[in-house]
Design a binder for this molecule. Sequence first.
Ligand code: HEC
Ligand code: HEC
Ligand code: HEC
Length: 128
Amino acid sequence: MYDKGKIITGIVVFLLLVLFPVWYSALAGRTGHVPDPVISKSAGDRCVEPAEYMRSSHMDLLDAWRDDYVRHGGRAHVAPDGTRYEKSLVNTCLRCHDNKSEFCDRCHDYLGAKPICWDCHVVVERGR
Ligand code: HEC
Ligand code: HEC
Ligand code: HEC
């Protein structure tokens, strides 16, 4: 014989588990919340590559910079407009983005991403 009570309880528990992200973020009041990274005023008006590309691919660019620097001693990144930048996480990225906690961390914290770079690279934060 089927036990209706148990089946229904089972279905309810199953749905609660499957929908966990939905009701959890609704309860936590986070629905619709998006990260809001602040571009430092001293950063000028353009990045080392177009913003669209940076948004989606800065981690790949950093990987490529590190590999080229460490393996081949490559130091110069030439931007599309001809500007030359040193291939450096701290000396370059954090020179313009001198507000890591309001910029890099806003997105990463939101995503739960924890780049290990800062175990070794020293964060220089000059403010905004
Ligand atoms: C010369 C100053 C400068 C340097 C160096 C620089 N940035 Fe940027 N970055 C900017 C500016 C200004 C913007 C906003 C550009 C725009 O909106 O068109 C930006 C945009 C970005 C964005 C997109 C932000 C968003 O809200 O979508 C990311 C991600 C980023 N930079 C990461 C980096 C990383 C990683 C490095 C080092 C590899 C770096 N930047 C180096 C000035 C810089
Ligand atoms: C507009 C949002 C945004 C901003 C601003 C941003 N990041 Fe990211 N970052 C991401 C996303 C999305 C990922 C991919 C996370 C994942 O795959 O889990 C990422 C991943 C990374 C990774 C690879 C992490 C890993 O563990 O492999 C590095 C390194 C990184 N970001 C560096 C930076 C630095 C340095 C800055 C500030 C100069 C910065 N990011 C600013 C959104 C951002
Ligand atoms: C275990 C320590 C360690 C970790 C973790 C680490 N790095 Fe490095 N990184 C180094 C060392 C050492 C160098 C070489 C520095 C030199 O020769 O001046 C370097 C060089 C680099 C360079 C080129 C030189 C410069 O000034 O930046 C880049 C870019 C870079 N790392 C990016 C990253 C990124 C992005 C992450 C995180 C995803 C990361 N590194 C994590 C130790 C580390």
